[in-house]
Design a protein around this ligand. Structure first.
Ligand code: COA
Length: 177
């Protein structure tokens, strides 16, 4: 995976050496459930997830440059959430951050760099991003990063508790030169 950089962050491929850092936030009940997955129950589970990230090559580790620690993750996934828009080059961004670092604008900073990479280097036409209706923090990220509301879909939380909830889908289009 290509490595990306912002003022305060480095976005790079995960390695199994990141398991301890990731487990620290992945076991936290404030993190996974907001993104639709259950908190991790063991370091082993975190290692399995990292192996998936490495295999699929679509998730970066968010590294704080000051400390070199992994504080979250950001993905650029191959998804086409709107049945009416199947022809365009498109991806969907997803992210989580350790609660120790919330409120400092780190995820918006990472999202803007992934948008730039997606549009300039991957030549995407559209990038999606969404959140569950009760996730006000993620709503703020989406709003601050220039996405506009597209539609709401019902989603079953199969990796959490099976509830069906509203998922608000937003998008941003490739800027015209
Ligand atoms: C959503 C999330 C990624 C935001 O990341 P972040 O880097 O903290 O983003 P920001 O710094 O822009 O803060 C976003 C909002 O969080 C809230 N916030 C700020 N400081 C906070 C703090 N210390 N504690 C809790 N929330 C805080 C504010 O509402 C802020 O919006 P504002 O800019 O209008 O004040 C992070 O909260 C998170 O990982 N949440 C759990 C997982 C998740 O929801 N993932 C997204 C799934 S769609």
């Amino acid at each position: 995976m290509i490595q990306l950089e912002t003022e305060r962050l480095r976005l790079r491929e995960f390695t199994l050496d990141d398991a301890e850092d990731m487990y620290h936030y992945a076991k936290d009940a404030r993190v996974g459930p907001m993104a639709g997955w259950a908190p991790h129950r063991s370091l082993e589970e975190t290692k399995e997830v990292i192996q998936l990230f490495i295999a699929e090559q679509d998730v970066w580790a968010i590294v704080l440059k000051d400390t070199g620690r992994v504080i979250g993750s950001i993905g650029l996934h191959e998804r086409k959430p709107d049945p009416a828009v199947q022809h365009e080059a498109q991806r969907e961004i997803g992210y989580v951050l350790s609660p120790d670092y919330w409120g400092k604008g780190y995820v918006p900073e990472a999202v803007r760099e992934v948008q730039r990479y997606g549009f300039e280097q991957l030549e995407l036409e559209r990038i999606w991003c969404g959140y569950y209706s009760y996730n006000d923090r993620s709503r703020r990220v989406v709003e601050k990063c220039g996405f506009t509301y597209a539609f709401t879909k019902q989603q079953q939380l199969t990796r959490l508790d099976g509830r069906t909830v509203d998922f608000l889908v937003y998008m941003i289009q490739q800027p015209t030169p």
